[in-house]
Design a protein around this ligand. Structure first.
Ligand code: FAD
Length: 487
């Protein structure tokens, strides 16, 4: 009998067993399967600015997710090998060590990842090892949605119409039930990668807030579709409610696939037709993730370059003190400060509040959106190479299908509208908790008696606003007028 050569599955941002086309295919051949994750900070294509090293929060998430993946693989007889170095050299060496015949992986439609994958494929081919590459990161690959000039679409609504027009994506694949494996393969120790903070250990809030890994992702999806989806269309804008799925970091690391979300949501809509509107809205948000990634496919330097070139001449201010006040949640605007502190504690921020804090930074403080994007990159557990810069550019007005620059969010009205009882602010800015609802979003309008009875000393226990809203707005519009028409 001919002995089947072992196979390798190269995991990247797809840290799951179910709907993992590469793993599914490898397992179905019946050969022993070895999973590998490569900590690659050396491949030329991965060097900044093309691709940035992970931020602190995503490094923490990655460590948890790799542990979860390793135990799921071991539970079905498989193994996860951890190695460091340029992916091409590492994977070719591993293939030689175990005499692998084929390496399987899921493609990532991003230029730096594609360049690294091309190097891996070439290195393997030199040794006579086959590469098999699948799609699993998106509902639709970017090459399937082009305009007449063969460019990706830059406006969301027609983009999403085209995606939907293609019909259902391929059905998600089941996780393999059993893997044949090989033992005794050398692996590095995850703890030696030092992905988690030790001193100071700032990850307590992350641990409280999340269960990284595929099982955690599936449980969140189920809980959301069972209980959370009803009313999503309105509740998704309310930071004081638990109205969204909180799936973004799980999607970021591929612990769950967009196809799994698509089918689970469609199934729920078929069972409960009255939820169809909320489900369509939810899927269109998933469409934004897709849109951002398609943009990144066309524009690899999305985090560096203004998509609208007139913004290259924008008179951004360098203001380290204001930037620091914003980062720490000490701007004197309660909704902004609540958002920035939620981010620091949990590694995420509600979408509505992300828009408000981003607008505040680029408009009220006139600080370059790239400084905000970088802070988010370091502190978000869902920090995403596509969604983060695309949304920052959207808010700044410099991006594709962007909000116009002259739309300056009023942080007081945004707070009053979307956090009407102040529950969100009270949770994250506890020093304001005793203020009545009508003052909670503008403490500086309270009388000295009102402040005293809420235990607040403005300027001491909570800051005065670092910029006056009206003046900030006018200054932003004046700055914008300088670049208008410069394209
Ligand atoms: P839900 O409302 O449950 O939505 C489901 C999924 O749809 C999300 O998990 C996410 O994958 C996707 N999604 C929803 N809204 C958007 C959006 N506007 N753009 C892209 N995808 C979206 N999202 C990230 O995943 N990573 C980022 O780095 C990121 N940076 C952002 C920066 C700014 C300035 C802004 C305004 C938004 C950013 N977003 C980012 C989008 C959005 O805020 C988060 O995806 C959302 O808050 C995640 O919460 P959820 O999973 O509960 O979302």
């Amino acid at each position: 009998m001919v002995k089947i050569q072992p196979a390798i599955v190269w995991f990247r941002d797809d840290l799951r067993l179910s709907d993992h086309p590469g793993l599914y295919e490898a397992a179905s051949r019946g050969a022993p399967v070895v999973g590998v994750y490569v900590r690659d900070e050396q491949s030329r294509a991965l060097k900044p600015p093309a691709s940035r090293p992970l931020g602190g929060a995503t490094r923490w998430w990655l460590a948890q997710s790799l542990r979860a993946l390793r135990s799921s693989l071991e539970a079905i007889g498989g193994t996860l090998v951890l190695r460091t170095g340029p992916a091409a050299a590492v994977i070719a060496t591993l293939a030689r060590e175990i005499n692998a015949g084929t390496v399987f992986w899921n493609g990532i439609a991003q230029a730096p990842h594609q360049a690294v994958a091309a190097d891996v494929e070439a290195a393997l081919a030199r040794d006579g090892v086959t590469s098999e590459i699948f799609s699993g990161d998106l509902l639709v690959e970017p090459r399937a949605i082009r305009n007449k000039e063969n460019r990706g679409l830059r406006v969301f609504t027609p983009f999403w119409r085209r995606v939907q027009g293609l019909g259902d994506p391929p059905k998600p694949l089941p996780a393999p039930k059993q893997l044949a494996s090989i033992s005794g393969i050398a692996s590095e120790d995850l703890d030696d990668w030092k992905l988690e903070p030790t001193w100071p250990d700032w990850a307590g809030g992350l641990r409280e807030s999340w269960t990284p890994g595929e099982a955690g992702a599936q449980a969140r999806l189920k809980a959301f579709l069972d209980d959370g989806i009803k009313g999503y269309t309105d509740d998704r804008d309310r930071p004081d409610r638990d109205g969204t799925s909180r799936l973004s970091p799980h999607l970021r690391f591929g612990e769950i696939s967009p196809r799994q979300l698509w089918y689970a949501a469609r199934f729920t809509a078929a069972e409960h037709p009255r939820l169809a509107g909320d489900i369509d809205k939810f899927l269109s948000e998933l469409g934004w993730r897709e849109f951002c990634r398609h943009l990144l496919f066309d524009i690899p330097d999305l985090a560096e370059r203004n998509l609208q070139e007139q913004f290259d001449a924008f008179p951004w201010k360098r203001d380290a003190r204001a930037l620091k006040a914003w980062q720490r949640g000490l701007t004197g605007y309660p909704i902004v400060d609540a958002g920035m502190r939620e981010l620091w504690h949990t590694g995420v921020m509600h979408n509505r509040v992300r828009m408000v804090v981003a607008s505040f930074l680029v408009k009220h403080l006139l600080i370059d959106w790239r400084a905000g994007e970088q802070w988010f990159w370091d502190t978000l557990v869902d920090a995403d190479t596509g969604s983060n810069p695309a949304n920052w550019q959207w808010v700044a007005g410099s991006g594709a299908d962007a909000a116009p620059y002259f739309r300056v969010f009023n942080p007081i009205l945004q707070g009053e509208k979307f956090d009407p009882d102040g529950g969100y602010v009270r949770r994250w800015v506890p020093e304001l908790a005793q203020l009545p609802d009508d003052l909670i979003h503008q403490p500086w309008t309270a009388t000295p008696i009102e402040l005293a009875s809420a235990g607040i000393e403005l300027g001491k226990t909570y800051p005065q606003p670092i910029v006056d809203h009206k003046q900030g707005r006018e200054r932003a519009l004046a700055a914008y007028a300088k670049i208008r028409g410069k394209d």
